[in-house]
Design a protein around this ligand. Structure first.
Ligand code: PRP
Length: 187
């Protein structure tokens, strides 16, 4: 397997662009409009799962017309540098807000096996939110092991290693404005 050199540009390891910056913008505007309609008058809490979800959150929240709060959780499922889900997620940083009685919308970059969201949903449900829904940018549907109720979905994607727009390759390239596919020799 070829190694990622973090100081070289992403071009070396990019096979192709899967979702362009324009496609992301337009889909996120649609999601924002839908969420704004559904949560009118409810002041939802957008709960972002770090780190991958953060780029999506910042664009999604600016596409909302409804007032909302934000907060963060960190869950480790792959571990830094690992490429395969361990299947046993760990809460690294818990949410700081009391979610009892709140309308909570979880914001994630990608759902793969579903283990991470399943774990988070079960935990949060015990805290009695008024509602708890999931908004995910990328759904790698064919990899699903645990069924996850997804209320808002950006794109269904094939089973390929993707990066950019919050998603990393060995912790770099999260800043790219598009979603790219990693060349086979780097996987
Ligand atoms: C990624 C992603 C999801 C999870 C999805 O997180 O952000 O949280 O994997 O996989 P699953 O559906 O198989 O559980 P990762 O552990 O790579 O951390 P990161 O967001 O900090 O990059």
């Amino acid at each position: 397997m070829a190694k990622i050199n973090p100081v070289s540009g992403y071009e070396t390891c990019l096979e192709r662009v899967l979702i362009s910056e324009e496609q992301l913008k337009s889909r996120i505007a649609e999601l924002g409009a839908e969420i704004s309609r559904d949560y009118a008058g409810l002041c939802p809490l957008l709960l972002c799962i770090l780190r991958g979800g953060v780029v999506f959150l910042t664009d999604l929240m600016r596409s909302l017309t409804v007032p909302h709060h934000i907060d963060f959780m960190a869950v480790s499922s792959y571990g830094v540098g690992a490429r395969v889900s361990s299947g046993s997620p760990r809460i690294v940083l818990d949410v700081n807000t009391d979610i009892a009685g709140r309308h909570v919308l979880l914001v994630e970059d990608i759902v793969d096996s579903g283990h991470t969201l399943d774990h988070v949903l079960r935990l949060l449900q015990t805290r009695e939110p008024a509602s708890l829904k999931v908004c995910v940018l990328l759904d790698k549907a064919e990899r699903r092991v645990v069924d996850i109720p997804i209320a808002y979905r950006g794109f269904v994607i094939p089973d390929e290693f993707v990066f950019g727009y919050g998603l990393d390759v060995d912790e770099v390239y999260r800043n790219l404005p598009f979603i790219g596919v990693l060349k086979k020799e780097y996987q």
